[in-house]
Write a protein that binds this ligand. Structure first.
Ligand SMILES: [Zn+2]
Length: 46
């Protein structure tokens, strides 16, 4: 399983949500579950 460390949209470092289960980007609001890569979200370009 792959854990994202940087946002695939804007390459900002992802932050860990307080629930410990999701990571999010504070810049473009991309988010992903920890341990998964939501490649579908890469389809959304600003
Ligand atoms: Zn982003």
């Amino acid at each position: 399983m792959k854990q994202l460390k940087r946002c695939p949209n804007c390459h900002t470092e992802l932050k860990l949500n307080s629930d410990g289960k999701t990571q999010y980007c504070s810049v473009c609001n991309y988010w992903t579950k920890v341990g998964t890569a939501r490649l579908d979200s890469i389809m959304i370009y600003a």
